[in-house]
Design a protein around this ligand. Structure first.
Ligand SMILES: NC(=O)c1ccc[n+]([C@@H]2O[C@H](COP(=O)([O-])OP(=O)(O)OC[C@H]3O[C@@H](n4cnc5c(N)ncnc54)[C@H](O)[C@@H]3O)[C@@H](O)[C@H]2O)c1
Length: 434
């Protein structure tokens, strides 16, 4: 271990990052910027090819940053797992999706762990960063790594450290968001603390891998539950004829005991709609029902349908049916100013509208294509002609590049699921809030 700590301190260690997506690529770049030699490994040859050419595909990582670390000889991208043997530390950042039955799909973790195992050697530190249920690191990864006789805490280190990156957040990034780490043994924790302290301002060790795994799930469950709560409050306010946005804004003036969450068309992204189900699955195996998660999941999952109901009612008031109406969807990414469409509620809204016979056109400044929806028209720009030709414009993502004033001026009817038109649309009857 002493040798590992010395190599980290001297920045002589080689760091491998497995999985170069929204989580892995920023991590790899940060280690390289800090002076480490970094090997980025991904099974996706197209992604690796782009990285080799110095082309970033993650919006928060400028290509110039990538080109600099490549030119300085501090970053290589490869599909070859054999490079893992050179690494002193290895961070696993592979996807953790849900299967068809909403059960955890840990196959990517298992694949990555198998690759790590085949080149595991004395003095290496392995850190799992993928969000997963408590017990994954100890129950699935550890036995695999110990198969050939090396002992954790003695021969190699194993820890869990949840990634907390928030794509598109310009205030909090990898460096100034504290890191939680939990090792299998205290020595493993010490190794992981030493590693992350090189790139993160504050590292918070916890007493076990399970505590670290659970920390991430508490954070994301906190979000899913509060978003579910405020979405239900939005539905209640609608029934009561009260503007929910005004209510949240007013409640937010309370200086303690209240944290504002905002309603919307539903949950999106790889984390919030997925991670809490990892926790509820684990609890089901222990004969316990995670009721908050299930209820919040249900309410949030119904939001796209609720928005489509709003669209149908709005068209109905204009003596039009959904069937045959032209609907323009503004924003398909799951949140503002990012290009990620995974689990985006806009996709559900589009599918529901198409099923009802609407002619859907979509626009998003950051998204070029929607897989499986190629037959739909993608508008290249939001022109006044495009807006005025639509029977209904639906604001699904409030990208800051949109000109709300122009949109409100030219659209015939707007269903605004994000309260994006609040400044410019006051008193306009053609705007239907959530
Ligand atoms: N996206 C976020 O905002 C975010 C935030 C915090 C935590 N997380 C968690 O981090 C993990 C990764 O998420 P992401 O958003 O970066 O996913 P991603 O899909 O953007 O990237 C994952 C990458 O891993 C690669 N990969 C898959 N299997 C591999 C293997 N066996 N070997 C090498 N590469 C492999 C894929 O090709 C892909 O490029 C997930 O567990 C997620 O829940 C994500």
């Amino acid at each position: 271990m002493e040798q590992f700590l010395k190599k980290i301190e001297d920045r002589a260690a080689c760091v491998a990052v497995i999985g170069l997506g929204y989580v892995g690529l920023p991590l790899a770049v940060e280690f390289a910027k800090a002076g480490f030699r970094v090997i980025g490994i991904d099974v996706d040859a197209v992604r690796v090819g782009r990285l080799k050419r110095g082309e970033s595909y993650i919006k928060d990582i400028p290509s110039v940053d990538l080109q600099k670390i490549i030119a300085d000889g501090r970053f290589v991208a490869t599909t070859a797992l054999s490079f893992l043997a050179e690494a002193d530390a290895c961070c696993i950042c592979v996807p953790t999706p849900l299967g068809k039955t909403k059960d955890p799909d840990v196959s990517f973790i298992l694949q990555a762990a198998r690759a790590v195992k085949s080149s595991l050697r004395r003095g290496q530190l392995i850190v799992l960063e993928s969000t997963t249920y408590p017990g994954t690191t100890r129950e699935l990864v550890l036995p695999m790594l110990e198969e050939d006789g090396l002992k954790v805490g003695v021969d190699f280190g194993l820890a869990f450290s949840p990634e907390r990156i928030d794509p598109g957040n310009s205030t909090y990034g990898l460096k100034n968001t504290p890191r939680v780490v939990g090792g299998i043994t205290p020595a493993c924790t010490q190794m992981a603390v030493a590693l992350y302290s090189q790139i993160v301002a504050r590292v918070m060790p916890v007493s076990s891998v399970e505590a670290a795994e659970m920390t991430k799930l508490l954070e994301n469950t906190f979000r899913i539950v509060n978003i579910g709560l405020v979405n239900e409050i939005a539905i209640m306010c609608d029934r009561l004829g009260i503007n929910v946005w005004e209510v949240v804004e007013a409640a937010s003036t309370k200086p303690y005991g209240f944290i504002p969450f905002y309603p919307g068309p539903g949950l999106g992204g790889h984390c919030i709609p997925v991670d809490p189900h990892y926790l509820s699955w684990k609890l089901r195996t222990l004969n316990y029902r995670a009721r908050f998660i299930e209820l919040a999941g249900e309410i949030n999952a119904e939001m796209p349908e609720y928005v489509v109901g709003k669209i149908a009612d709005a068209l109905n008031r204009a003596k039009k049916s959904v069937n045959g109406s032209s609907v323009l969807i503004l924003g398909v990414a799951y949140k503002r100013d990012i290009d990620d469409v995974r689990e985006s509620p806009a996709l559900d809204i589009i599918k529901l509208l198409c099923n009802k016979g609407a002619e859907v056109t979509w626009h998003d400044p950051y998204v070029r294509e929607l897989k499986g929806m190629e037959s739909l028209t993608r508008a290249a720009a939001v022109t006044s002609e495009l807006l005025s030709q639509a029977d209904c414009v639906v604001i699904t993502t409030d990208h800051s590049t949109y000109d709300w004033e122009a949109i409100v001026k030219d659209a015939n009817l707007i269903v605004d699921s994000r309260n994006a038109t609040r400044q410019v649309g006051l008193g306009r009857h053609k705007i239907v809030p959530l």
